[in-house]
Design a protein around this ligand. Structure first.
Ligand code: GLN
Length: 490
């Protein structure tokens, strides 16, 4: 049991010192998966080669060969990331049988660092959602309360770490999909600066917003994983040529001289009292660590969600045009009733392959991009996006970190919101800005509700200033780091 709740750093060090073999650690996680995945549905696919990977690491360790910084660490990968010879579905029927011939750069870098791939985690279809309920493979459950969602879209990645079904995982975040599930499941999740992490081999949802990042038990672990996956990649021209700092070795919990901004628009009456109190507690902690807090203002906050749903759906409508049933992915059965023309071929294939949320977004995005509406919707959204960016840059001239809630409330019940897309979209009020502006954001556990549900606190910083997030995150988690598995799973 201890292994399942150990920090990545501890586990890695124990494996490195050969007090524990990578195979043993991997076996423990695989056993937990076998026991709990039928309930949690955190994984869509378990990697049958995981144990072989672990044994290869053990052999290297035995001969004193160089092993990477994540050697032997059993990890879970969101099903948005291509894994060579391992099924990658994006949570969709249209990719239900897709086995990629190559791996995403993130996966390649993790494996080169010695990490073990346990499997591919459940998610909302094409990462469109906040609850993991839009997955073709069924909803994933929150390990803290099996009747509740783990959040989304990286719900399976969050549930896997929280439930001890992986030591750490990778999620993707286009409008909050790492931070919100991290908050709902009590793990640390970071969306890096846009361009920090390569998008090569990651199923594209909204290319100007998508970013992959770590989901871990501790802040330090989050830094360790990000160090392994970040950096320039010639195969993704949007990656930045910035050097990758060794954040994990520079975590400084003395916050003297740091200014932490509290945007007044983030402290709405809408927040549940428990969310408010978790954020207040975090504010007290950063002050106790020497930081000064200042009130700031982000007046465009309430329209960030509208901008996001125009930009994201527009990009999605273009990105998802590639799923046509011709070269790969699901194709409708035309054996008894052949298609009359190409349009019908596409219609039947796409009609069967995509779920209703994905269809809704393709329609929305196509509308926003169509002639006559483009100027009023897509172009206007891009203009306001620039203003939002300017607003954030202005705020970052007054403080280095912004602190606030991740969500209005803790995890909601399965089925509670799925039939009301607008209510679901409004969930994203505090998270979408970071993607629109390109800045990094972290969710760090800040407390529990009376019902025992985790509540995350959000930290934002200026572009490429992730170190601030690790420093402040480390202060907040000190009081809160969740060391146990949820009761239900014990
Ligand atoms: N909840 C948001 C959406 O539904 C965010 C998704 C994401 O970050 N991938 O689009």
């Amino acid at each position: 049991m201890e292994i399942l709740t150990m920090s990545l750093k501890n586990l890695r060090d124990r494996i490195h010192r050969r007090e524990l073999s990578a195979a043993e650690a991997t076996t423990q996680f695989l056993t937990q998966i076998e026991k709990w995945n039928p309930r949690l549905n955190a994984y869509i696919t378990v990697n049958e080669r995981a144990l072989d990977q672990a044994r290869a690491i053990d052999r290297k360790l035995a001969t004193g060969e160089d092993v990477g910084p994540l050697a032997g660490v059993p990890m879970a990968i969101k099903d948005m990331l291509c894994t060579k010879d391992l099924r990658t579905t994006a949570g969709s029927k249209i990719l239900a049988d897709f086995v990629p011939p190559y791996s995403a750069t993130v996966v390649e870098r993790l494996e080169n660092s010695g990490a073990i791939t346990l499997g591919k985690t459940n998610q909302d279809e094409f990462a469109m959602g906040s609850s993991s309920e839009t997955s073709y493979f069924g909803v994933s459950r929150n390990p803290w309360d099996l009747d509740r969602v783990p959040g989304g879209s990286s719900g399976g990645s969050a549930a896997a770490v929280a439930g001890g079904l992986a030591c750490a995982s990778i999620g993707t975040d286009t409008g909050g999909s790492i931070r919100q599930p991290a908050s709902f499941c009590g793990v640390v999740g970071i969306k890096p600066t846009y361009g920090r992490v390569s998008r090569y081999g990651i199923v594209a949802y909204a290319s100007s917003l998508d970013q992959a990042g770590p989901m871990t038990r501790t802040v330090e672990d989050s830094a360790l994983v990000l160090e392994a996956i970040a950096g320039r990649d010639p195969r993704d021209s949007t990656t930045a040529a910035q050097p990758v700092p060794t954040w994990s070795q520079n975590i400084n919990k003395d916050l003297k001289g740091l200014k932490v901004g509290l945007p007044k628009e983030y402290f709405l009456d809408l927040l549940t009292p428990e969310t408010r109190s978790a954020v207040d507690k975090a504010i007290a902690q950063v002050r106790a660590a020497g930081a000064e807090t200042v009130e700031v203002s982000l007046p465009l906050t309430d329209i960030a969600v509208s901008i996001y749903y125009l930009v994201a759906t527009s990009e999605a409508s273009s990105n998802l045009a590639r799923y046509d049933g011709v070269r790969y992915g699901h194709r409708a059965d035309f054996s008894t009733e052949p298609a009359r023309d190409l349009a019908e071929f596409y219609c039947r294939t796409r009609g069967e392959g995509f779920g209703s949320e994905v269809k809704r977004r393709i329609i929305l995005g196509t509308y926003a991009l169509s002639s006559g509406y483009y100027d009023a919707y897509y172009k206007k959204a891009c203009q306001v996006r620039r203003l939002l960016r300017a607003q954030f840059l202005e705020v970052f001239s007054k403080c280095q970190v912004i602190l606030g809630p991740v969500c209005i409330a803790p995890a909601f019940k399965i089925g509670e919101r799925i039939s009301d897309p607008l209510a679901m979209y409004l969930n994203d009020i505090f998270t979408t800005s970071a993607n629109l502006v390109g800045i990094p954001g972290m969710s760090v556990p800040g407390g529990f509700s009376a019902q025992g549900l985790p509540i995350g606190v959000q930290l934002l910083s200026a572009h490429f200033q992730e170190q601030h997030l690790f420093n402040v995150g480390a202060v907040i988690e000190e009081a809160m780091a969740i060391k146990e598995l949820p009761n239900v799973l014990q």
